[in-house]
Each structure stands twice: as C-alpha cells, then as structure tokens.
Write a protein that binds this ligand. Structure first.
Ligand code: CP
Length: 325
C-alpha cells in the first residue's frame, strides 16, 4: 500500500477543524462553535429546511463500507442542502470488489476533485489512514469507525442534550447497553467530558462491559435500576451483534428486555423530566419499549433532525478551514 504519511492532524495550524476523526482532545470552544452552527441550521417543524451555498462547486463523496440509514442519508441531504455535488459510492458495485485498495479508491476519487470524504468502515484506523494520505485541501469526516469512534453521532447527541439541558455541569447521563462494542458510547463519553458533565454512568450487561481505561471518570455497573436514580439523560444502545462472535453466549432478547430494557416503569426511576435517547437503529421491545421510544420523554427523532443540521455544520466548517489554509 502506498502510504504518504502516518499521522493526520484534525486541526489546521491555526486551530480550525480540517478533519473530524474523533472527539477526543477537541477544544470545548470548537465543539461549542459546531453546536451553535448546527443550531443555526435547525428550522421549526413544518418549515422548509435550511439551505446554504457554502459548498457550491465542491464535491462530497460518501463512502460507506458498513450499512447505514441515518448517517448516510443525512450526510447526503446535508451536502445537497449546502449546494455541493454529491457522490454516493455504491460499495458493492465498486472496484474494491475486484481487489482495489481503499487508498487506490481514494486516489481515484481525488483525481475527480472530491473535496470531502465521508467514511464509514468496519476496521479501526481507516478514517485516519485516508486523512493521512489525501491532498492538503481535502477533508475526511469519520462517519463510524468499527467500535472505536462515531464523532458526528457524538456531536449530534451533544446538540440534542444541550437543547433540553443546557447546563452540562449539572447533568447525570446514563448509557445502557452494549457499551463494550459501542462507538456511540465512546464518542458521547468524549463529548460529555469536553462539555464538563457532572456524572456519566455506563450500564453494561455481563459480557458487554467496556475496558475501564476507555472511560476515565465514568461509573461502570451492571445494575440499571440503581443507576437510573437522579438521571437527567438516558441513552439506550442496541447489542452490536455484527461485532460479536457467533459462539459467544448472549442473553435472550426476552431476558435482555427484562433486565436492561428501558420500559415505562423503569423510566420512572429517573428524574421526571429526563430525556430518552437512542442513536438508532432501534430494536423495539428489546433495549427500549415501544411506548418509551414513542413517548413524551423520547427525543429520538430530534436526534435525527439534529444530525442533519450537525452534518451541515461540519461540512461548512471543514470547507472553510481548508479555504483558509
Ligand atoms: N446512528 C447511526 O449511526 O445510524 P446508522 O447506522 O443508520 O447510520
């Protein structure tokens, strides 16, 4: 493989966001600017969506080497609403199926003057590998990297929380589910840490626990009911079966729902105004009861709306940063 460098910096020399590979280490001011910018792209329900010409003449390529509904659709719509040309590579019909390397795929698209690569891959390190090897005016946005990072999800989750609970320093956030295999959990934990949240509690069923070193400062437990006391924000995660070997024994879905599902009765253990989140895709009546997912405390559809706005903000931000280099 022809690799040009080994390390991609996310920020330009003047501190602007060039690539988004991970939330880890990003300055709080930069995260807040992204939240503000995304908020400026939100419109009241029923109004036409926000549009912007900032990406006119630019090209965004969506490369999804793992399945996606929300992230892929929202990046496509975000790019179109910013007036960009958009390429959605059909991975199953691409020459990667004939053995072409990921970097040769990138170099090929680079030669067609792509400005932003949006990348989801099942292997750790692919977004950074691409970022380390593209030309200096090109940006890479990590749209989901194995179990390691999902930074755009982390940012849209922060935006959703901030719109309901602006004072992060007062918040107790509970994340329940397959923490051990979850890139969503890693990214929201990093984002919450940047924003200075009060307490993060990770509830993991046996066998799905994270490495404690990956979550400095977080409480890790298997006791959901106790963890829910005083919770302001409750996030349910699905079991990432695609990352678990077939021979590993897992709880039945019935047992999982009984012990770890967010039900209407369990939700009463949290604060009365707690919000309920889920990154999707949901397994209804497994990790979350339908009545809760569709209930008054659920902000799950807001997360989707906020995701599109956040992806517009990210595209605008990296294009401007690259224009200023
Ligand atoms: N939350 C999330 O990443 O959803 P998709 O897999 O549908 O993109």
């Amino acid at each position: 493989m022809d690799v040009r460098t080994n390390h991609a910096a996310q920020l330009t020399s003047s501190g602007e966001l060039r690539h988004l590979l991970s939330l880890e280490g990003l300055p709080r001011s930069l995260v807040e600017d992204l939240l503000d910018r995304a908020e400026s792209y939100l419109r009241p329900i029923g109004n036409p969506p926000a549009r912007d010409n900032l990406l006119a003449g630019r090209t965004v390529a969506n490369l999804f080497f793992e399945p996606s509904t929300r992230t892929r659709a929202s990046f496509e719509l975000a790019a179109k609403r910013m007036s960009a040309d958009v390429l959605n590579l059909d991975v199953n019909m691409s020459s990667r199926k004939k053995g072409e390397s990921i970097l040769d795929t990138i170099y090929t698209l680079e030669a067609m003057q792509v400005d932003v690569f949006v990348v989801r891959d099942a292997s750790v390190g692919i977004p950074e590998l691409i970022a380390s090897n593209v030309q200096p005016h090109i940006s890479v946005l990590n749209a989901g990297e194995a179990d390691a990072a999902h930074p755009t999800q982390g940012l849209l989750d922060l935006l959703t929380i901030r719109r309901h609970k602006p004072d992060f320093s007062a918040l107790k956030v509970v994340v329940v589910g397959d923490i051990g295999h979850s890139r969503v959990a890693r990214s929201i934990a990093q984002g919450l840490s940047i924003m200075g949240m009060r307490q993060l509690c990770l509830v993991a069923p046996p066998g799905l626990e994270p490495e404690p070193d990956d979550y400095p400062g977080a409480q890790i437990t298997s006791e959901l009911d106790a963890a829910l006391a005083d919770a302001d924000v409750l996030m349910a995660l699905r079991i990432q079966r695609e990352r678990i070997a077939e021979q590993e024994s897992l709880m039945t879905t019935h047992d999982y729902h009984r012990d770890y599902g967010i039900t209407a009765d369990r939700l009463k253990l949290a604060k009365p105004n707690a919000i309920v989140m889920h990154p999707g895709p949901m397994n209804r009546d497994v990790e979350i009861a339908s009545t809760v997912a569709d209930g008054p405390q659920s902000v799950i559809r807001e997360q989707v709306t906020n995701g599109l706005a956040m992806r517009m903000a990210l595209l605008a931000t990296v294009i401007q940063a690259n224009g200023e280099q």
